[in-house]
Design a protein around this ligand. Sequence first.
Ligand SMILES: *Cc1c(COP(=O)(O)O)cnc(C)c1O
Length: 375
Amino acid sequence: MPRPSSHADSVLTIDLGAVVANYRALRDRLSGAECAAVVKADAYGLGAARVAPELASAGCRTYFVATLDEGIVLRSIFDGLQPAGEAQLFVLNGANPGTEEEFYEHRLIPVLNSEPQVDAWATVARRRGAPSAAALHLDTGMARLGLSPSEADALASEPDRLAAIDLVLVMSHLACADQPDHAMNRQQLTRFRRLRDAWPSTPASLVNSSGIFLGGDYLFDMGRAGVALYGINPQPDQTNSMAQVIHIKGKIIQVRDVDSPMTVGYGATHPVARPGRIATVPVGYADGWPRALSNRGFAYVGDIRVPLVGRVSMDLITLDVTDVPPHLVQPGCEVELLGGHAAIDEVAKVADTIAYELLTRLGQRYERVYVGISA
Ligand SMILES: *Cc1c(COP(=O)(O)O)cnc(C)c1O
């Protein structure tokens, strides 16, 4: 199929089979609890329209997005499937007052994060005269979204406030799930247990991807898996057990000979120390390749690691390929920026960021190729 980006020199390959394999692995870890998929930010940048239907075929029934607009798009994706997918769609940021009707129209379930959101949803539900599904978010230690423990206690002591609401989920979110020994995990678990006891028959959910690996007591009725579906390591202190989902290959567009006393790139930050060769690859910070990788990043030619030298430009990076056999680094040859050798978690670390940020910032100029698609 011809695509507007078909002239791109850089290819972002997204392995949907690996996403499904990761979904199944996480579901097994949840030992009976439901595995919901978090597909906010367009499935962390990988394309919700491609990712969500694959997950649906693998049996995923529940999805989380961040915003109402993302929810509307996701609903239209499911309605467009043959046969139409019956998915339960939660909107994490909740319903801002005045948007409630849109939630009904698109069959979206708000996660109610504050007393005003709870009371506004209840008011609309009463007016409609039918119980309206919602999730309730209890803050157990993030100080971000959700009712504080005292607000939750107050709500629990006034059951009338929730009478018109069909409470389908009580949830909270862990601050330190990727650090299994962190004391916050136990504290949040203890708080969540106490607070959710006010709604004992409502399904409960505490864990994100990393939290799933805390196991046992933490799992309740549902896990909310995001980043691990996309191949990021949910257990940073161990080797990654998730299947690799994304690969980026860039094509060398120019190779030039350099020697001392030259410098490479903006700011003349890389002095050339010896006779050598610089390969230029058309990926830059406009493609989400962090500028923080200037003089610190790397790429692979086959299994040879080559350093990124000079600054990352908007559209280009420069690699020192002096130590690579010349026939492997000609214009048109491919280099691996992310994939089997260049692990996204390592690249993110070198860039002083996290793989979540790297993933969600990969721009629109790559040719996107989806592989591993189910029949
Ligand atoms: C983003 C998000 C998740 C998914 O987190 P991952 O670490 O990507 O698995 C789960 N729950 C909430 C509330 C979130 O905001």
